[in-house]
Design a protein. Structure first.
Length: 252
């Protein structure tokens, strides 16, 4: 087991965003977390990666407790993530975005002109190649197409050489063609790098197409988890998650 969470709880004032959530994620598993808007999905990601403190509960990564650790420490332990809102440097080239992330992961950010910079160049280009951006390495991040910006953010997350990668809505705002391309990229990265991956996604074609297992979050609680077909056929999930779209769910 690569990640385990026990009874995670997080409230904001009188609003409970995550309530007694338990997670068990196996190595090299591809897991999706789905649920309506406001279900607590991004809050859960923020708890797992140290971007928000838990009110109560415990988190373990590779059997080491990480509950109170800061995000940069968790990242260097081998957990990478992307964000719902793009988190890139728009004025830096694609190459520079990845290079900065590589140097940060290597703790070389204060020594950019050391001999290590040559190694970082090779590593940077390898990451760009893995996410399909090597031919656009000189293009500024802010000038890349939306789908390519998402690829760049994945590349930044890969700079820490993660064992576990968390992606928050990787196909958000994409055309069907771009979504299909990103889906293939995710599958490629998981296979080639031996990653464990957890992702939040609203596109059910993506979710049912690539997930090993699915966890359904509603009002801060996991109400159901199982294989894609089990989730698809669960009446409570259909009612809570899709409502009037139940027939569309069943046809997929």
């Amino acid at each position: 087991m690569i990640l385990r969470a026990e009874k995670l709880h997080k409230s904001f004032g009188g609003l409970t965003a995550v309530h007694d959530v338990n997670l068990q994620i196996q190595e090299k598993e591809l897991v999706s977390i789905i649920g309506p808007n406001g279900a607590g999905k991004t809050t859960l990601f923020n708890l797992l990666t140290g971007h928000l403190p838990v009110d109560s509960g415990r988190i373990f990564f590779q059997e080491k407790e990480i509950t109170r650790l800061p995000p940069h420490t968790i990242s260097r332990m081998g957990i990478g993530r992307s964000f719902q809102r793009l988190n890139i440097f728009p004025r830096l080239s694609a190459f520079e975005n990845i290079q900065v992330a590589v140097f940060s992961a290597q703790r070389q950010s204060r020594n950019l002109f050391s001999r290590a910079s040559k190694l970082a160049r090779r590593e940077t280009e390898a990451i760009l190649d893995s996410v399909g951006l090597l031919d656009k390495k000189e293009v500024k991040g802010g000038l890349l197409a939306h789908g390519d910006q998402k690829r760049l953010e994945m590349g930044i997350a890969l700079a820490v050489e993660p064992n576990l990668l968390l992606l928050d809505e990787p196909t958000q705002g994409m055309s069907p063609r771009e979504s299909a391309e990103i889906t293939r990229l995710i599958q490629k990265l998981v296979k080639e790098k031996g990653l464990t991956l957890i992702f939040v996604e609203h596109d059910m074609n993506v979710v049912f197409g690539i997930s090993d297992s699915i966890k359904v979050l509603h009002q801060g609680r996991i109400i159901f988890e199982g294989k894609p077909e089990e989730v698809k056929n669960n009446e409570e999930v259909q009612r809570i998650y899709l409502g009037e779209e139940k027939d569309a769910w069943s046809s997929r």
